[in-house]
Design a binder for this molecule. Structure first.
Ligand SMILES: *Cc1c(COP(=O)(O)O)cnc(C)c1O
Length: 409
């Protein structure tokens, strides 16, 4: 794998973001002054690490041995047959340790923290997947771990709370506001301001203030690097379309980045359509949002006329956030990445279909990409090829799905 951008500075994808963390008019640094030094130190440490063969070799080793990379690119024969169009491949991030792509970033940031001499880690989590990945990485490297989680999310995801605690993490409930992800991030930032000398904040998606959107993206680029090699080996050519779900945007940009200059490859990010595009009923920022600043970053967000953040809804907690990563907003303006959304109902149907036809229970987040992938496959000829990023496995979701389907366990 390679994280070094310097050698091809003429190309947009390698020069973005700029030194201030801007992707065109998006991104940047919007934090209290007390955090500026911490972000600058982190940026400097990352800049050295990503060019350091020792760091890269160590990261590669743990991604293989601990996380289970490379992940397979799996031909979905029966889903393809069912749709009757393009060949559908699934990039199997669901096979990774702890069940989703998030371990790529958590492992890498934990290694970076150790390198910076920081022995205490904090993180935020919504559904709990990033918390579990961070807890695992901290256990592995002997780091103290505190995970902030909305009290409401702790109730909904009690199993993940227990998993984190089993791996030695302290889970702190946050009771402000809606008691979900947004409040957990606020609390993690407050902790970081107070304990910045001893503590590294492992942010879980390609969001927030510079250098996080860039750094998290880079730690997931391995998804696209592998997928490109694998599809070339398998089909002898590049895919026609790539499809990934977009919460903050980390799994999607991780897959897309390696293909940005391959202009014949279409890219589609899929947001959470919830109950449809009505205020408070979805999390499709590009369908119902506009430019604003939230939690350190300028980007598209769901807000009311006064700029107050609107409440969001999705069947999948991992996509249920009012803002989207700044790099996605940039490439959407340029027409390079297109965006669609999938509704809860569509997701529930595709969740069951994929389980039955492929023997793979997908995460509800990833199922958003499957919904759009199936629509695309149906519209394309049989000699076309699409890759859907299966960002995680659905084991964490089966209780919730059973409840929605009125099945008593
Ligand atoms: C967290 C999560 C997501 C959404 O996060 P991104 O940063 O947009 O990738 C998607 N899928 C799964 C399985 C997740 O756990």
């Amino acid at each position: 794998m390679s994280l070094d951008n310097a050698h091809t500075a003429r190309l947009d994808r390698f020069t973005l973001p700029d030194a201030g963390g801007h992707f065109g008019g998006y991104g940047g640094v919007y934090v209290p002054e007390t955090l500026m030094t911490a972000l600058q130190d982190l940026g400097a440490a990352y800049d050295l690490a990503r060019k350091d063969p020792v760091f890269l070799t160590e990261l590669r080793h743990h991604l293989k041995e601990f996380a289970g990379r490379p992940t397979e690119l799996c031909f979905a024969a029966r889903l393809t047959e069912h749709c009757g169009g393009a060949k559908i491949y699934l990039k199997r991030e669901d096979l990774l340790h702890t069940g989703a792509h998030k371990i790529n970033n958590a492992l890498a940031q934990a290694l970076l923290a150790r390198r910076m001499g920081k022995k205490r880690i904090i993180a935020e989590t919504g559904a709990g997947q990033h918390g579990v990945a961070t807890a695992a990485a901290c256990a592995k490297f002997g780091l103290d771990c505190v995970v902030y989680m909305g009290a409401h999310d702790m109730e909904r995801q009690s199993l993940n709370v227990f998993r984190m605690r089993l791996m030695g993490a302290e889970v702190r409930g946050v009771t402000a506001g809606q008691q979900t992800l947004k409040e957990a991030i606020n609390e993690a930032m407050r902790d970081w301001v107070t304990n910045v000398r001893s503590t590294h904040y492992i942010l879980g998606t390609a969001y927030g203030s510079h250098p996080y959107p860039m750094m998290v993206r880079d730690f997931h680029r391995v998804i696209g690097q592998e997928a490109k090699e694998q599809i070339l080996a398998r089909e002898g050519r590049l895919p026609d379309e790539l499809i990934a779900c977009v919460g903050g945007g980390s799994n999607a940009i991780g897959l897309f980045f390696e293909f940005l200059e391959d202009t014949n490859v279409r890219m589609i990010g899929v947001e959470a359509g919830g109950h449809g595009i009505k205020r408070g009923e979805h999390a499709a920022r590009f369908a119902g949002g506009r430019l604003g600043v939230l939690q350190g970053c300028k980007t598209f967000l769901l807000q009311d006329a006064e700029g107050q953040i609107e409440s969001t809804h999705s069947v999948s907690a991992g996509l249920d956030y009012a803002a989207v990563g700044p790099e996605h907003a940039f490439y959407r303006d340029r027409g390079r990445i297109e965006f669609a959304y999938a509704t809860d109902d569509e997701v529930m149907a595709a969740f069951q279909l994929c389980s039955r036809l492929e023997g793979i229970i997908p995460a509800l987040e990833s199922t958003h990409a499957i919904v759009e992938g199936m629509k695309r496959a149906k519209a394309l000829a049989k000699d076309k090829v699409i890759i859907i990023n299966l960002s995680g496995r659905g084991d964490k979701d089966v209780q919730q799905v059973a409840k929605i389907l009125n099945v008593k366990l």
